[in-house]
Design a protein around this ligand. Structure first.
Ligand SMILES: C[S@@+](CC[C@H](N)C(=O)[O-])C[C@H]1O[C@@H](n2cnc3c(N)ncnc32)[C@H](O)[C@@H]1O
Length: 323
């Protein structure tokens, strides 16, 4: 038997082109959606599709559960929520002192009411989401079960259980140091949701450094901007509306504004108002935005990293030119 064909070897070359070569796909990868800077700005400025009962680019200084009840349903594209009770929670901020409530000065006092708290806020946030919308919820491991329960009761579907790994955790003597956070990616409709695949192989462990803010204990729960930007980039488009029920320092607002997205937020702690306003004033709309394809490694960089795949890439490109 011979491999000879009477098609001038076309079959053989097709077979060769289908052969799996590690990392070759990276040379061909393109984001699912992309926008030029001008198109992104146009989408941001366009308000004809935005309902006039939504107060865009506003943070309300009130309890998010009560506040979200006032917001009409189904207008938000993405929720990013980092609820109280993080592993670095310091319990000093004024918001944790509201009477008769769940979050009173520290972990222990939250425990009892945490399931009800999670159920309420996740239920309200899910109500505000559009059918195609997504929600990222940050959680330490201690209360994760209640967050998962709240999401299930709200009818959300769990797409990913991401892990944010940071570079340091609190020193321990008789157990492992916690140096990760859970991030749940949930959607309303698992058959129809917005997802912009921005890398060929986007893994579910995100290694992003925590920003160290010495001497500013009340901001100790601030998320790194990069982390929030990643959620926004993958799960929303320019002009989309991002809701954060627990704004804290305003990280989500800053990330949204800088990415040509709109935001709506809630924060109970009035002491954060000034800091948040100053954080927001420092960023121009679209300041961080560049088309997604320009953020990918160049062919030259890939060639250096994966020489074997590069040789194969060149071979296939030459072959294409001949056909
Ligand atoms: C973990 S922090 C969020 C930090 C934020 N992601 C950042 O990067 O700055 C949680 C925030 O939720 C606020 N908070 C707690 N209970 C709240 C409630 N019921 N409604 C609105 N905000 C609340 C707290 O004051 C705190 O600022």
């Amino acid at each position: 038997m011979t491999n000879e064909t009477n098609d001038g070897g076309k079959q053989d070359s097709k077979r060769e082109n289908r052969r799996y070569v590690p990392h070759l796909a990276e040379f061909y990868f393109k984001p699912t959606h992309d926008w030029s800077a001008a198109d992104a700005e146009r989408l941001y400025q366009r308000t004809e599709n935005v309902r006039d009962d939504l107060k865009l680019d506003t943070v309300f200084f009130e309890d998010c559960i009560t506040g979200m009840r006032e917001v009409p349903k189904g207008g938000v594209d993405l929720v990013i929520a980092d609820p109280p009770f993080g592993i670095e929670f310091d319990g000093k901020s004024g918001a944790y002192n509201r009477d008769g409530n769940l979050v009173v000065d520290g972990y222990e006092e939250i425990d009892g009411d945490y399931p009800a708290f999670s159920e309420s806020w996740i239920g309200e946030a899910a109500r505000l989401l559009k059918r195609t919308g997504s929600m990222y919820i940050f959680s330490g491991w201690n209360n994760l079960e209640f967050v998962l329960r709240g999401a299930r009761l709200a009818g959300l579907h769990l797409l990913n259980h991401l892990v944010w790994q940071y570079q340091f955790g609190v020193f321990t003597k008789r157990r492992f140091v916690s140096s990760h956070y859970h991030i749940l990616l949930l959607v309303k409709d698992e058959d129809n949701y917005f997802f912009n695949k921005l890398e060929n192989y986007p893994q579910d462990v995100w290694r992003i450094k925590r920003s160290y803010r010495a001497g500013q204990s009340k901001n100790s729960t601030k998320l790194p901007l990069k982390l929030v930007q990643k959620c926004i980039d993958y799960s929303s488009a320019p002009g989309h509306i991002v809701l954060d029920p627990f704004m804290g320092n305003g990280t989500t607002a800053v990330a949204a504004k800088g990415a040509w997205r709109h935001f709506i937020g809630f924060e109970m702690n009035l002491q954060m108002e000034e800091l948040m306003a100053s954080n927001l004033a420092k960023v121009r709309p679209g300041q961080f935005y560049t088309p997604y394809s320009t953020r990918l490694p160049s062919i030259e960089a890939l060639a250096k990293k994966y020489p074997k795949a590069y040789r194969e890439y060149l071979k296939r490109e030459n072959q294409k030119d001949k056909e």
